[in-house]
Design a protein around this ligand. Structure first.
Ligand code: NAD
Length: 473
């Protein structure tokens, strides 16, 4: 199938770059993708504009709710097909891809319900006049996502944007467009009005930049790296274009000496290496109380050596390959840098297998807060471990980077956990667990980890603005 863009209700063939999409496990071609030309991106924006202006979409909550429920049901029926395709495109273990599809279905259903529950306009009487306050959609939204959770991060934006009554031009990462192409093929079958959702594929410089700089786009919602987010934020500022940014992280996991050591090791491995560590909230900095430091490290290294790397389509696989050769080389360059900075590589960093971008999970010790491997987001199976001796020190280390996306605390002393949580600068803090996103709770970053929130009621509010209509009879 060479028709992979979706514009104004039709699948069409791209007229831009032609790109081979590789399976990161076998390095074989999964698909050849015909990307959008700049002209096609402009046509997609126009289709979204026309659909916003001319259709009943922005007014009709019933129509929007019904569509979201239909697409959720369709996705649920085809869950395995989507999960397998996601694994083939990203290299993530199939068990984790299945979770992504489940979470996507839940997110669609959540926003279908939320927008229905919230549809009542607020009214009030002041000085003989009546005020009506309603939330109105922005109009044309451009949604841009990265390659680590191509379907799920897409749905986190698509569901609330549609629920609020916007139209969409969606851009997946050029590396991972396949599940979104499949989703686009289902839009018409689920009776979405033409032009309400449009899919354009291509890289950031051509397709992404056309969306960001277009005067016909009212809102950008971007998930990706902090560096890209800064560029986009600066560009949007020129015309006060609305923008939400979900950016990078370097999240700490604090392990107190009263935590169960075996469970703490399990949570650390899950926090740091889930999805090959290619997760914005990955617990890439482990802060361990000095009383537990030595036995903890020993157990962690032993357990890390046993992580099953391999074909991500096999049920028993715990870690798949990295997304690309370039990404693998970037992580290797951080291993080299860590050694040059004087840190100790305890385990990992070996390429394995004849084919595929496999790298064994990496643990560094003897690090200091100033080192680049402690400060920079590496976005792979790479964690650094530091010890601390007091609450003050734990807080200083936890808050010691430019990021503020997430954090974890493992301890039996719940009062202390709450105290620490109150002082950690992060959008999400898990006490005695890690990683689970809750569809009804906000998700996003403090400091340079972003602006705005996804999920929960805040995620819906990100796609509309309040309008106050005051009537004096
Ligand atoms: P990236 O910033 O390179 O790219 C993200 C997306 O933006 C891609 O679709 C890309 O094509 C596009 N893009 C790149 N340059 C652009 C430009 N100048 N204009 C418009 N679009 C542009 O990030 P990546 O390497 O794909 O993903 C990894 C990053 O994403 C990490 O930093 C990670 O922390 C972040 N991330 C954040 C969250 C979150 O919820 N905060 C979730 C997942 C990933």
């Amino acid at each position: 199938m060479d028709k992979q863009l979706y514009m104004n209700g039709e699948m069409v063939r791209g007229e831009g770059n032609v790109r081979r999409i590789l399976n990161p496990s076998s390095e074989s071609t999964v698909a050849t993708v015909y990307e959008a030309s700049v002209k096609q991106v402009e046509m997609a924006i126009q289709a979204a504009r026309d659909a916003f202006n001319d259709s009943s979409w922005k007014e009709d909550i019933e129509e929007r709710t019904n569509f979201l429920l239909r697409i959720a049901d369709t996705l649920a029926e085809r869950r395995e097909e989507f999960a397998v395709l996601e694994t083939e495109n990203t290299g993530k273990p199939i068990r984790e891809a299945r979770l992504d599809v489940e979470d996507s279905v839940n997110c669609l259903r959540y926003y279908a319900k939320l927008v229905k529950d919230q549809q009542i306009e607020e009214t009030d009487q002041w000085d003989g006049s009546t005020s009506r306050i309603k939330n109105v959609p922005y109009g044309v939204t451009a949604l841009i996502v990265p390659w680590n959770f191509p379907l799920l991060l897409g749905i986190w934006k698509i569901a609330p944007a549609l629920a609020a009554g916007n139209t969409i031009v969606f851009k997946p990462s050029e590396l991972t467009p396949l599940t979104m192409i499949k989703l686009a093929e289902l839009m018409k079958k689920c009776a979405l009005p033409d032009g309400v959702f449009n899919l354009v594929i291509g890289d950031g410089q051509t397709v992404g930049q056309t969306l960001v700089t277009s005067e016909e786009v009212d809102k950008i919602s971007f998930t990706g790296g902090t560096k890209t987010g800064r560029t986009i934020n600066e560009q949007c500022a020129r015309t006060f274009k609305r923008v939400s940014l979900e950016l990078g992280g370097k999240s700490p996991l604090i392990v107190w000496d009263d935590a169960n050591i075996d469970q703490a090791v399990e949570w650390t491995i899950f926090g740091a290496f889930f999805n090959q560590g290619e997760v914005c909230v990955a617990s890439s900095r482990i802060l361990v109380h000095e009383n537990m430091y030595k036995p903890f490290i020993k157990k962690l290294i032993d357990k890390t050596k046993k992580i099953q790397l391999g074909n991500p389509l096999k049920e028993e696989t715990e870690m798949g390959p990295l997304i690309s050769k370039e990404h693998l080389e970037k992580i290797e360059s951080f291993i080299q840098l860590g050694k040059e900075e004087g840190a100790t590589l305890e385990v990992g960093g070996e390429r394995i297998g004849q084919k595929g971008f496999y790298l064994t999970p990496i643990i560094f010790t003897d690090v200091t807060l100033e080192m680049a491997i402690v400060q920079e987001e590496i976005f792979g199976p790479f964690c650094v471990i530091q010890s601390f001796s007091s609450e003050e020190e734990a807080i200083k280390l936890a808050n010691g980077t430019k990021f503020g996306l997430a954090a974890g605390i493992l301890s039996k002393d719940l009062a202390r956990c709450e105290r620490l949580a109150d002082r950690i600068q992060a959008g999400t803090i898990w006490i005695n667990s890690y990683h689970t996103p809750f569809v009804n709770a906000p998700w996003g970053g403090f400091k340079q980890s972003g602006i705005g929130r996804e999920l929960g009621p805040q995620g819906l509010a990100a796609y509309s603005e309040p309008k106050h209509i005051n009537l004096t009879p």
